[in-house]
Structures are given as structure tokens and as C-alpha cells.
Design a protein around this ligand. Structure first.
Ligand SMILES: [Zn+2]
Ligand SMILES: [Zn+2]
Ligand SMILES: [Zn+2]
Length: 166
């Protein structure tokens, strides 16, 4: 699928976000065709709304934003769309915020390290392969059955840190 997006590149200020959105939507569309699942209008609209920025979005915010597009939308409509998008690996749930972000490396199952900025709410996804190996080893040693293996780190992103200093 798309190979020109480096997952480990942070989002620079003023980056071409329209391209992020276009890439995310087109790879989501292709993925759904390959998998034979339906990216219905509402699912696509929810995905687009999540991709409006790199900030984590809550379900009720999505409901507010989708109302002008789908006046009949109910919370259940949003939750069903979110479930679908999570199942397909197109978005991630940020557990600590009870909110959602778009995934830039959809298509492959992957473990993620989510860096959550408390100042701007942007969430940066990094790959967590090496960290996960250690965690998996400890889980096995503890005979612990993990239900989710995302690592979420709260803090201040580079952009916000630069603003506070200057
Ligand atoms: Zn972007
Ligand atoms: Zn991801
Ligand atoms: Zn920030």
C-alpha cells in the first residue's frame, strides 16, 4: 500500500495535513476493498472527522461534528462506526483519554506507543516493537494475559515545549 509515509517522522508544524488526510482515506478505501468490507458513508465520514487533526477526539465530539452531515446520527451510530474502524485497524483508541486517533500505518497489525501531549492533545504514534519485546517477556513471566498492549505516555510534545521556552 502506501510506503512513502515514515511512521517515525513526527508531524512538523505547518506540515501538509491535507496530504495526511488524503493518504489515510485512500489507504482506508483500498484496505476495505481488499478485505471485502464496506467503508460506508458514515464510516468514512467518522474517519474523516477523526483525521481533522492529530488530536485525540472523543465520541461525543464526533457526534456534534457529524450532525451537520448526518442529521439522524445517534451515539450508537458513532459507536458502531468507531468499532468498525478499530476492528479494521484504521484508528486507535487512546484509553487514557477515552478518545480516538487515526492510525498512519493501517493494514498491518502493530503495537503502538502513543505519545499524548497534555497541552495540545496531539497524539503521536511511534512503533513500539523493541519496547514490546520486553513487555511480552515480563507478561509471560507473570503468566498475565494482556487484553491490550498499547503503551500511552503523557507529556509535552516538542512543538509545545518549544513554545513554552521562547
Ligand atoms: Zn497531519
Ligand atoms: Zn497505528
Ligand atoms: Zn503539544
Amino acid at each position: 500500500m502506501k510506503s512513502d509515509v515514515d511512521q517515525n517522522q513526527p508531524y512538523p508544524e505547518g506540515h501538509d495535513h491535507r496530504r495526511c488526510v488524503a493518504d489515510a482515506l485512500s489507504s482506508a478505501g483500498q484496505l476495505c476493498i481488499v478485505r471485502g468490507v464496506q467503508l460506508t458513508t458514515i464510516r468514512q465520514q467518522v474517519l474523516e472527522l477523526i483525521w481533522e487533526s492529530h488530536k485525540a477526539v472523543k465520541a461525543y465530539e464526533l457526534l456534534d461534528r457529524i450532525k451537520p452531515l448526518q442529521s439522524a446520527a445517534k451515539p450508537a451510530t458513532i459507536y458502531r462506526a468507531l468499532d468498525f474502524l478499530m476492528e479494521q485497524g484504521l484508528i486507535h483508541r487512546v484509553e487514557s483519554l477515552n478518545a480516538f486517533v487515526g492510525c498512519r500505518c493501517s493494514g498491518q497489525p502493530h503495537e503502538q506507543l502513543l505519545l499524548i501531549c497534555k497541552a495540545c492533545q496531539e497524539v503521536e504514534e511511534r512503533s513500539a516493537g523493541d519496547v514490546m519485546q520486553t513487555i511480552v517477556r515480563e507478561l509471560a513471566a507473570a503468566n498475565f494475559i494482556a487484553h491490550s498492549k498499547a503503551i500511552e505516555i503523557q507529556g509535552i510534545c516538542a512543538k509545545c515545549a518549544a513554545q513554552t521556552v521562547s
